[in-house]
Ligand binder design. Sequence first.
Ligand SMILES: NC(=O)c1ccc[n+]([C@@H]2O[C@H](COP(=O)([O-])OP(=O)(O)OC[C@H]3O[C@@H](n4cnc5c(N)ncnc54)[C@H](O)[C@@H]3O)[C@@H](O)[C@H]2O)c1
Length: 351
Amino acid sequence: MKDIIGIGLIGAGRAGMIHAENFVSRVPGARMAGVADNSEEAAKKAADRLHIPYWYTDYRKLLQNPEIDAVIVVTPTKYHKEIVLEAAAAEKHILCEKPMAMNSEECKEMIQAAEEHQVKLQIGFMRRFDKSFRKAKEIIDSGEIGQVVMVKSLTHGPSTPREWMYDIEKSNGPLAEVNSHDIDTMRWLADSEAVSIHAMAGNFRCREAAENYPDFYDTVLMNVRMANGAICNIDGAQGVRYGYDARVDVLGTKGLVQIGGLKETTTVSCTKEHGMSSGIIASWTDLFSEAYVQEDISFVRCILEDTEPEVTGYDGWKAVEIVKAGNRSIKTGGIINLNEKEKPDGEEKKC
Ligand SMILES: NC(=O)c1ccc[n+]([C@@H]2O[C@H](COP(=O)([O-])OP(=O)(O)OC[C@H]3O[C@@H](n4cnc5c(N)ncnc54)[C@H](O)[C@@H]3O)[C@@H](O)[C@H]2O)c1
């Protein structure tokens, strides 16, 4: 194994550039070797800005470059499967952004391809590398709050979604794009798997989408029962405007762990005119910037030390399974039992 892992970025958009910047200077044992984006402008701009030696408009060319040992897949979700299968066949290790793929079948194919070609497959649930989430997990694992009986996790994003997200069939909606993180940390913190799900949703702020995309929802609540008996609630919203809000409560038989808050800093100003005020966290890019660095460091470490990634393809698959069940529950109004077989996409429309 090489001492320095050559990294190739596939998809140089918002999240892709966060990873690329980390790999340029903050990840020991790695160097940015190439970037591919089907937008020539995006690929070239990323290469120029970060002095990346190779850029491509076709990711297949990047996969042929022997200087690249591992790829970061950060394209829109619907392309993840195809790219991951080809990356595995080219024997490149893979860090694939969340949501892992569009459905369980795709996830299983991706896991199988990574196993077959003996490459690492890590999924981009960076909250597991965030200091506060890690501390919470440590406290829970120590037994300090007893047995976990309830997890309540919320994520509210300030901006309205991009248009491709309005079509739930194509995007899997906010449960996938926003709440995948809550779903993953729910499984992680409760240390159990979901067995039944009921979700309700509505579109309250994206009224312009209502006519063409009547299934689109911008607000969702999902209740989940876990195999160990814990009861969980996931709360998601987009376009809330007030800030980026990510908070979790974990209730145990002996205590409570809370993660997150709205305040940008601990600074509070007090005046007669404005009362008491403090800044609100504006974006996930601010809140989780260090978590992305730690995620990227962990990915390279698992390659260099030949260990299992801290977040696996299995974790990615289980989150996708819960998203699909949640969307099915929203559509049918029913409770979805997860030992039920997930229906192929086409059949889902009939529910
Ligand atoms: N972990 C997180 O918190 C987090 C945050 C944001 C986005 N994401 C995920 O990252 C992925 C990308 O999201 P984004 O917000 O960065 O999107 P984006 O639209 O900003 O960027 C996507 C980039 O991929 C490029 N692209 C599209 N198809 C391609 C292809 N076939 N080959 C190469 N490049 C291609 C586009 O030109 C674009 O530059 C999504 O799966 C999203 O859910 C994760």
